[in-house]
Design a protein around this ligand. Structure first.
Ligand code: FRU
Length: 307
């Protein structure tokens, strides 16, 4: 019997073993990345999907995503449990600026931390990635200054008052409005980033005596739509009010389409870019060069460019 082919076969199998192991779902991955999402909605679903696809591409990443459903206590617990599980890197979208103690603890234990989309007031993080929310607010105000030639009495519907994008979007928007004689913020209210929350806030605002407004700027498209529904309920002429939001999601019912069909007057792309978030994570994990502050580009969406 000729033994050579059999030995050759065995050798080949041995050489290919690592390949089989790396393809199998149960194979131990080299890097464990924990993702702590502050909430769950279409914007975050899109982002999570992009993170999963990007992680698959690397093939050696075990990506674990947890959502805190807007509950600060739950997000704190989830971050702590990621730390206790011994993840190699943590990606956090902190729901509110007060989440910092749990993140600080992770960072102090030597776990690299990427903060994305929202911020805390703490400096204890490895890198940040997200759009410039102040710039988004100021660009929207610049646009309205030109697009509402007759001037505008604006109702500003801000996101959750303790979350950083709401604070920064207001800073940017309000500072530009203050310099434009034609624009005025006649009322300001806060909701919780959800359509239903915005509906309730507007419903109660419109139930009492309130200033007239001809433009409503909500800090996201979902809230703009909730506010629009409340305005219709109270018999306001929704076609003569310019409703603006932020996010400009491309899917059906998303802000991009709502601007195209004229339901919204303007929106602003708030980029998800899960691919870039994972790329940054991998650069940190594999000790490649990376920047500490990473700004994602975004853009104003109006009827002229939405298509
Ligand atoms: C999604 C979201 C977006 C908003 C962003 C701010 O959870 O509410 O609509 O632009 O968060 O962080």
């Amino acid at each position: 019997m000729n033994l050579k082919p059999r030995i050759f076969h065995k050798l080949m199998l041995l050489l290919m073993l690592p390949l089989f192991l790396s393809c199998g779902g149960s194979a131990k991955k080299q890097y464990v990345i924990g993702v702590s999402q502050c909430s769950e909605d279409v914007w975050r679903e899109k982002l999570n999907e992009e993170l999963r696809i990007a992680a698959l591409y690397y093939n050696n990443v075990d990506l674990r995503i947890k959502s805190a459903y807007d509950d600060v206590k739950l997000q704190t617990e989830q971050i702590n449990s990621f730390v206790d599980e011994g993840v190699d890197l943590l990606i956090v979208a902190p729901g509110q600026v007060t989440i910092s103690p749990a993140i600080d603890r992770a960072y102090e234990k030597g776990i690299p931390v990427i903060i994305f989309d929202r911020r805390t007031r703490s400096d204890k993080y490895t890198a940040y990635i997200g759009a410039d929310n102040k710039e988004i607010g100021s660009s929207m105000a610049e646009y309205l200054a030109g697009a509402l030639p007759g001037g505008g009495r604006i109702l500003e519907l801000c996101g959750l008052s303790t979350s950083s994008p709401a604070i920064e979007r207001s800073e940017g928007f309000d500072s530009v409005v203050a310099t434009r004689p034609g624009l005025e913020i006649v009322a300001q209210a806060h909701a919780d980033w959800t359509e239903e929350g915005a509906f309730r806030v507007m419903d109660s605002l419109l139930s009492k005596s309130h200033p007239q407004f001809d433009c409503l700027f909500a800090h996201n498209d979902r809230m703009a739509m909730g506010a629009r529904r409340a305005a219709a309920k109270h018999g306001l002429d929704i076609n003569s009010i310019q409703f603006c939001g932020i996010d400009a999601m491309p899917q059906n019912g998303g802000g991009m389409r709502l601007v195209t069909d004229g339901t919204l007057f303007a929106s602003y792309i708030y980029p998800t870019r899960g691919d870039e978030v994972i790329q940054l994570a991998m650069n940190i994990l594999t000790k490649k060069d990376y920047k500490r502050e990473n700004q994602l580009s975004s853009a104003l969406v109006t009827r002229d460019n939405a298509r």
